[in-house]
Design a protein. Structure first.
Length: 84
């Protein structure tokens, strides 16, 4: 669906894991300019996945929406005016 933006997440703070409300997303590692290649990750039916670049553990949490993470500081947008 072209009208739905894929959420991008980062782990600049070095959290052990990040809870997210989607199973398909992009991991960028840290905020630019310290980011790694922006990689598309798809958990499929699983509830967690490790990024192959930065080793961040992402855990699916059905109570969160696409623009929310736990901890709360891990959503990234190239243009802050763009809302998920």
């Amino acid at each position: 669906m072209a009208d739905i933006r894929t959420p991008h997440f980062h782990n600049t703070a070095g959290h052990r894991s990040i809870e997210i409300g989607v199973r398909e997303f992009m991991c960028i590692g840290a905020v630019p300019p310290y980011d790694h290649p922006h990689v598309f990750l798809d958990m499929g039916d699983d509830d967690e996945m490790v990024c192959p670049y930065c080793s961040t553990l992402f855990r699916y949490n059905e109570t969160l929406d696409a623009g929310t993470t736990k901890p709360a500081d891990c959503v990234w947008a190239a243009d802050p005016a763009i809302a998920l």
